[in-house]
Structure formats: structure tokens, C-alpha cells
Design a protein around this ligand. Sequence first.
Ligand SMILES: O=C(CO)[C@H](O)[C@H](O)COP(=O)(O)O
Ligand SMILES: [Fe+2]
Length: 228
Amino acid sequence: MQPTVIAPSILSANFARLGEEVDAVLAAGADWVHFDVMDNHYVPNLTIGPLVCEALRKHGVTAPIDVHLMVEPVDRIVPDFAKAGASLISFHPEASKHVHRTIQLIKAEGCQAGLVLNPATPVDVLDYVLDELDLVLLMSVNPGFGGQAFIPSTLDKLRRVRERIDASGRSIRLEIDGGVKPDNIGEIAAAGADTFVAGSAIFGQPDYAAVVDRMRAEVDAVRGQRRA
Ligand SMILES: O=C(CO)[C@H](O)[C@H](O)COP(=O)(O)O
Ligand SMILES: [Fe+2]
């Protein structure tokens, strides 16, 4: 079983004070920094690129940076993010013409590779590539915006992907992204997730540590006390 990871999405942070926000959420007990990259093409929103990732590293952030690429095409930007200090890079199969090739590219650049499934993307997209992956990310909202409601059918999808990962016998993380809150994180953990992205639920509250602690307690109650 993979240790639990709580990965705050900086999409909901105050971008005017991003370095301080990331320091604060890591000091509050978060494990990773979830970094949402949107291109106003693959998704109808525009956010941040490799320069900001590099700036966080220069600021002194040493925690894993979990880059969620919502961009099309994917391959050209992968080396830039690797050089900028990304630890993991995940992408959407719909945005890459050659999914297997993009996975190999991410790994050749020295990062861990993840594949992201939208709410309507069938789990069969994992056929033939699951063994190549370090992480599967299930979107529990349609990508593009923070603050949306968790789509309940994702729970069944989590269970199905968990079965596949367990059957593979490999150490592959199962990450959930979208609408994750202290109130639903327990049932999400019970359905098989080990890595939890939360943006608005954490940055929308004044006390980050209180939210992270509550989320971890809810997850620990299901998974036991395992921390990255
Ligand atoms: O990838 C994303 C949106 O495309 C974000 O990571 C996600 O929406 C997190 O925000 P919230 O926890 O507020 O739903
Ligand atoms: Fe994300």
C-alpha cells in the first residue's frame, strides 16, 4: 500500500503571494504541491507554466511538485517542466497523439509519469500502458476550474482502477482530483485513492493546518496511519 499523500492544488492559492502560500500549506502538513497547467485550448482556462514552477524551486520549495498538464499538445512542454523542477508530470490521453511515447518522454526527462482520466474517459485507456505508469489520476470534476462539485460516479471508477492497479502488482499511485473535501475524503479513500488533491477546500479556509489535519484523520481512519 502506498503512503497517503495530500496534495493541495495551488489553483486556489493567492497567486500574488504564491511562494508564501506554498510555504504555508507545506508547513501545515501537506506532502506535495499540485500544480495545474491550463492552456485555454485543451481546457477553457489559462494558468501557469514552467517559469512559475522554476520560481517555486528557486524560492526554496523542496517538496514534490505534481504537475497536472491540461495542455494540447503535451510533448513540447515536458522537457521545460522537467528542467523547471517538476517531480511528477501527468497528462490527458486525449491531448497526446502517442500516449506511450509521451509516457516514455516524461520518464526519460527524469520525472514520474501519470495519466489523467476525465470523468467520461473509460478506464480501458489504461490497457497496454498501466505498467509504464507511476500514477493514475482520476478527475472527479471536468478539468478547467477549481471549486466544482465531486462527480459521484468517480467512486465506482476508483474501485475499478484500484482493482487493476492491485492486479498489476506494481507500485502505482491512484490520485483523485476535483471536489475533494474533509466531508467526502473518507469515502474516496475507501474506494481506493491514496493521493488526494484539494484546492478550494484547503485554500478557501483561513487555517490550512486544520483542514489538512482533518483530511488526514479521515483518510487514516480508512487506510491506517501511512504518510509519504
Ligand atoms: O485540476 C484541477 C481542475 O482542472 C484542480 O486540480 C482541481 O479542480 C482542484 O480544485 P478543487 O479541489 O477546488 O476542486
Ligand atoms: Fe489538477
